[in-house]
Design a protein around this ligand. Structure first.
Ligand code: CA
Length: 231
């Protein structure tokens, strides 16, 4: 198996070199871009398996880059940023990032998150021949083409939002606990990251509500988890 390739987009050269060292040591191939335009050029030329993305960049910034990348591909994007406020996390995940880490980062944690994101992405690719369409009332989920229709309107979900919706919709009426959901959607190491779940759920619900303002598909069981409404 050839090593998976990771594009590091980071304008702080010293930090970028450190990240590269850690990734190299874990056997991945690394590509490096120090500004937004170079990042996009490398992305198009090399088609990396994952992107580690800083937000504050010369040229195109990280937000613009996420948009451009999402027009092209569903590759996992992990934002590593010094901005750090909850609103940035919400914005990053809403814009199509898969995960968000604040600087300063713990490198072992960064490695764990890269591994988890690559694992999810491989699993997604491997399960794509399965045409198991999920139909729940006005919600139609097409795993093969990664499309979701709500009352006939297509909504555009990030890969993470898609997995979250699918996991719940496959268990209609069932209480799915925070921990189970985090581990199923993000990976085994994410059981306690309820903030990540809360933010992604907020974005998912906003997209569902935009298509069907009258309906409420996902109920909150306070302190426990979520339930896909039977319909
Ligand atoms: Ca920066």
């Amino acid at each position: 198996m050839t090593a998976e390739r990771i594009l590091i987009v980071e304008d702080e050269v010293e930090f970028a070199d450190l990240v590269r060292l850690w990734l190299d040591r874990h056997g991945w191939q690394t590509l490096m871009a120090h500004d937004g335009h170079e990042a996009l050029r490398l992305f198009d030329g090399e088609r990396p398996d994952l992107v580690l993305l800083d937000i504050g960049l010369p040229g195109l910034d990280g937000w613009q880059l996420i948009d451009r990348i999402r027009e092209r591909s569903e590759v996992p994007v992990l934002v590593v940023s010094a901005l750090g406020a909850e609103t940035d996390k919400v914005r990053g995940l809403g814009a199509g990032a898969d995960d968000y880490m604040d600087k300063p980062v713990s490198f072992p944690e960064l490695i764990a998150r890269v591994q988890a994101a690559l694992r999810r992405s491989r699993r997604g690719a491997a399960s794509s021949p399965d045409p198991g369409i999920v139909m729940r009332g006005p919600v139609r989920i097409y795993p093969q083409s990664h499309r979701v229709l709500v009352e006939g309107i297509e909504i555009h979900l990030t890969p993470t939002e898609f997995r979250l919706l699918r996991h719940l919709a496959e268990r209609p009426g069932e209480l799915v606990r925070h921990r189970e959901l985090l581990q199923a959607v993000w990976g085994p190491a994410y059981g306690d990251d309820t903030q990540l779940l809360r933010v992604t759920m907020r974005n998912l619900r906003a997209k569902l509500a935009a298509a069907a303002p009258e309906r409420r598909f996902i109920a909150t069981e306070y302190g426990l988890g979520y339930r896909f409404a039977e319909s």
